[in-house]
Design a protein. Structure first.
Length: 381
């Protein structure tokens, strides 16, 4: 494969573990998984993923259309708010249309019903899990979903299903189990009348060590108790550890700390690193704490801060201890960048957009897309 850095490399051989666990959950529990396109929408991998997943779920008209055209299967449509000029097209693409509020439900339900679509409503369970305030969907004053005490008595006559999305990177089955216990108590009057129930995304059930069999038993129990089709909406859990961002070292500078300048940027190509303030995993290196740096340098360890080439002062991926010296021209690989990175890439500073490369399950690699000046020029026009 001949492609210059930077580039994203989507690897189906690395994605397979998550896909097999998703399929296992469906086999053992009956719960279907639909890919959350807000997290990952690189459709070069869809033919592989749809062997294991039932379809897609979207957060906008464009995502709904992409799921319909490129993935197939079930297409769930959700948005915090649909506009008048897009709802009819959303309904064309989606077999399930999920509304965020009672206002939107009332405004658009008839149009969806006339097309034979299944109607859903996002509910706020007032319990959830998130390490970050920014992604806490059940926080005080949340605009996401309707609380039980605000639901009209006849809501079960209007909707076929409901969506709860209350987790972010929750790798604790017991936490999810407690949430489900709470939901069953709080929504006891509604659950028996529904046809389907989505538990949203943010459940890290494809990670090593997750209590997968206990999850399967709990989901099966939930489905059988209320005669429901249960859905999960994995985004990050679908593509964890599947994709790398490959960059090249362009320069080395030293202002009391050896620093590598690479041909990518944090804000441009790994935006969540800035948003959520974490250090991305890097092959052949380990993150080092700030207070450990002086001692590591004294010991002669290969300590480098890795930075991007934009003019943003905080364009810093992280500080690492490497297993060898790094020189100008060397390639580095950030090893887990599929979720919420490729979908957020941008042209800040006009620096080169990473190409998109794809490695299929047979190990064959191809360049899917390269970006050039015209893409930058026409992005804003």
């Amino acid at each position: 494969m001949k492609v210059s850095t930077p580039y994203y490399l989507i690897d189906e051989t690395r994605m397979l573990k998550a896909m097999e666990r998703i399929a296992y959950v469906r086999e053992q529990s009956g719960a279907k998984s639909v890919l959350a396109l807000k997290c990952f929408s690189s459709w070069c991998a869809f033919d592989f993923m749809k062997q294991y997943m039932a379809g897609t779920t979207s957060s906008s008209l464009y995502e709904a259309r992409l799921g319909y055209e490129k993935f197939g299967g079930e297409t769930h449509g959700y948005s915090v708010a649909y506009s008048d000029d897009e709802i009819e097209e959303v309904i064309e693409y989606c077999d399930k249309v999920i509304f965020n509020s009672l206002n939107q439900l009332q405004q658009f339900k008839v149009k969806a019903q006339q097309k034979g679509r299944s109607i859903g409503l996002r509910l706020n369970p007032e319990v959830g899990h998130s390490e970050y305030d920014l992604s806490d969907t059940v926080a005080k004053y949340s605009r996401l979903g309707v609380r039980h005490d605000l639901l009209p008595e006849n809501i079960s006559d209007v909707i076929d299903g409901a969506m709860f999305h209350m987790n972010c990177e929750n790798a604790d089955f017991h936490s999810l189990n407690q949430q489900l216990d709470n939901i069953e108590q709080r929504f006891a009057d509604i659950l028996p009348k529904l046809k389907w129930l989505s538990l949203g995304g943010g459940v890290a059930f494809t990670r090593d060590g997750y209590l997968l069999d206990q999850l399967c038993e709990r989901l099966k129990q939930l489905a059988e108790r209320y005669d429901l089709q249960v859905y999960l909406e994995p985004g990050e859990a679908s593509v964890t550890q599947s994709t790398s961002l490959v960059v090249k070292v362009l320069d080395k500078v030293d202002n009391q700390l050896p620093t590598l300048i690479v041909d990518a940027g944090v804000e441009t190509h790994l935006l969540d690193v800035l948003v959520y303030q974490f250090v991305p995993a890097l092959d052949g290196a380990e993150e080092i704490a700030e207070d450990e740096i002086p001692q590591a340098l004294k010991q002669g360890k290969f300590v480098y801060r890795v930075c991007g080439r934009t003019c943003l002062a905080g364009d810093v991926f992280g500080t690492y201890v490497f297993d060898q010296a790094i020189e100008i021209g060397d390639e580095l690989r950030f090893s887990d960048v599929a979720g919420y990175s490729m979908v957020k890439k941008n042209f800040f500073n006009g620096i080169k957009m990473p190409a998109i490369c794809h490695k299929n399950i047979n190990g064959e690699i191809r360049v899917i897309r390269e970006f050039d000046y015209e893409d930058f020029r026409d992005f804003l026009s």
